[in-house]
Design a protein around this ligand. Structure first.
Ligand SMILES: [Zn+2]
Length: 168
């Protein structure tokens, strides 16, 4: 069964949720259905079209301050690009690299962790960018907030999502 794209009140994509969650939110009055799939969901009491895109109604909390240091957030900050060679990566290809290696007292922080492809990660090994002669493409910064969540799909993006994700 297909998933649904959840939008915030201003139609910006927030995340992908299961269709069951989308239906639950709809029946709780928390979202409106913006786009539907062609097929119906049937249970004993209801028959509605499967929601493809749903939009939150009312006030949604905006995260303040620094977003949590997580794999997904680092990848999003770096736009899923290896910070050494610039290759565009899929989520399952991306790795994290400590710019100053942990073996050299490098810390786990926004400014010392970057998105890295497997090849560059192996090549760099336990060295600093200078030692490895692998300059960073940009200085890693601690974002105040992440304005856009980056979505990457290995399969096909449902047609009804494309407009909201800015995909042609
Ligand atoms: Zn690379």
């Amino acid at each position: 069964m297909q998933a649904a794209l959840l939008l915030n009140t201003s139609y910006e994509p927030l995340k992908v949720i299961s269709w069951k969650k989308a239906v639950t939110l709809f029946f709780l009055g928390k979202v409106e259905i913006v786009e539907e799939y062609d097929h119906h969901i049937r249970s004993i009491s209801i028959a509605i079209k499967a929601p493809a895109v749903v939009r939150l109604l009312g006030y949604t909390k905006r995260h303040k301050g620094t977003p949590p240091l997580s794999r997904a957030n680092i990848f999003a900050r770096d736009n899923f690009e290896c910070q050494y060679c610039g290759t565009s990566l899929r989520a399952n290809e991306a790795t994290l690299d400590h710019v100053v290696p942990r073996s050299k007292r490098g810390v786990t922080s926004w400014t010392n962790i970057v998105t890295c492809c497997n090849k560059c990660n192996r090549k760099k090994g336990g060295r600093t960018p200078k030692e490895a002669r692998m300059p960073l493409r940009k200085i890693p910064v601690k974002p105040a907030w992440l304005p856009v969540i980056t979505f990457r799909f290995d399969g096909n993006v449902p047609l009804s999502w494309r407009y909201f994700l800015g995909i042609e």
